[in-house]
Design a protein. Structure first.
Ligand code: UDP
Ligand code: MG
Length: 332
């Protein structure tokens, strides 16, 4: 009896989309073209519509109806990039999973090189940006500074200048699924998991069309998630800051007593007093604020809410998604 051929390994591409109607058609064209170039791998494209308010979802719906490789997870609202990526990874069945943005800043063609590394036995192949085209000086320099600061603070070394564009093996996926935290900083979590990881360098292209979906407040939130989820050093820094303020205050006290005892000059005036009060008040507020950030995150965790709510799964069969953190809903 002829042996049935070995099933091909499956590659899942996870693509978060938030108001990307201007790029989505070209993205799908480039990605499906990339998939048809794969000779010895099957592919699935998992798009996550992160509560888009433009035509993104209806376009995705159209493409999913035409191509069985295209699957769509529709969120009930905007949950943010990192959660969208998590939902995609939860639903992905691939032996390897690639995270890639919808705006074609990360060229799909680079994935060929990632696959070669994966076949050599690496579990994570992440793309390191050598150049970032079309991004403002502020974005480039703040990102550069952030990755360096994060590495100083974090106990887990996190690669520099590396985004979420990466290929990961099944063991990494299964490890990530066991990590239920709500404030998710996916690239740090992947570093924390371990296994064999390697980098490949690539040039980050310009966004194809539309605007960045990461305004300053989202960037700051993302940066604080990175730092606070991977380090308790800010707490230690706040203790050090408090000690420094106390030391400065003690110097002032000794100075005032010394002047009183050994000279005829009195330290007087309200200026010094005000400065001391403001300085100590400031230090205390900063420290309480840092503490509050951690407590806020603990509060978020203990609420035990689902990480995301899916309104609809499109293009998935009944068996999928096998692992979902959301209490959902409709399959189509
Ligand atoms: N994105 C998302 N939810 C959000 C913000 C962004 O799913 O709340 C997606 C977005 O559609 C894109 C990716 O995350 O595919 C990266 O966003 P963007 O390109 O705007 O960020 P940048 O490259 O400017 O850092
Ligand atoms: Mg982008």
């Amino acid at each position: 009896m002829p042996l049935s051929p070995e099933p091909l390994a499956l590659l899942s591409l996870v693509i978060p989309c938030f108001n990307e109607e201007q790029v989505i058609a070209e993205t799908i064209r480039r990605m499906t073209h990339f998939c048809s170039e794969l000779s010895d791998l099957e592919a699935e494209l998992i798009f996550i519509d992160d509560g888009s308010q433009d035509g993104t979802l209806s376009l995705l719906r159209e493409y999913a109806a035409k191509d069985s490789r295209i699957k769509v997870i529709c969120f009930a609202r905007n949950f943010g990039h990192q959660i969208a990526v998590t939902a995609g990874m939860d639903a992905a069945r691939g032996d390897a999973v690639v995270l890639i943005d919808a705006d074609l800043q990360d060229p799909p063609e680079v994935i060929h090189q990632m696959i070669i590394k994966w076949r050599e036995g690496y579990d994570v192949v992440y793309g390191t940006r050598t150049k970032r085209k079309g991004e403002s000086f502020f974005k480039r320099s703040s990102a550069r500074g952030f990755y360096r600061l994060l590495n100083q603070l974090s106990d887990t070394p996190i690669p520099l200048d590396t985004g979420d564009f990466r290929l990961m093996s099944r063991p990494i996926m299964d490890s990530l699924k066991a990590m239920p935290e709500r404030d998710r900083f996916v690239r740090g979590m992947v570093s924390w998991v371990g296994f064999k990881q390697t980098a490949i360098a690539y040039e980050r292209a310009e966004r194809l069309a539309g605007k960045s979906k990461y305004p300053l407040h989202k960037m700051l939130r993302f940066a604080s998630d990175g730092i606070l989820s991977f380090s308790t050093k800010p707490l230690q820094i706040s203790i050090a800051l408090g000690m420094l303020a106390a030391c400065i205050a003690m110097v002032g006290v000794f100075y005032a007593i010394g002047m009183r005892v050994f000279t005829d000059i009195w330290v007087e005036g309200w200026t010094a007093l005000m400065i001391a009060i403001l300085f100590l008040g400031g230090v205390q507020l900063i420290c309480v604020g840092i503490l509050g950030e951690y407590i806020g995150r603990i509060y978020n965790e203990v609420k035990q809410r689902p990480l995301y709510i899916v309104e609809e799964y499109l293009g998935f069969t009944d068996q999928q998604p096998t692992h979902s953190r959301s209490p959902t809903i409709k399959y189509k």
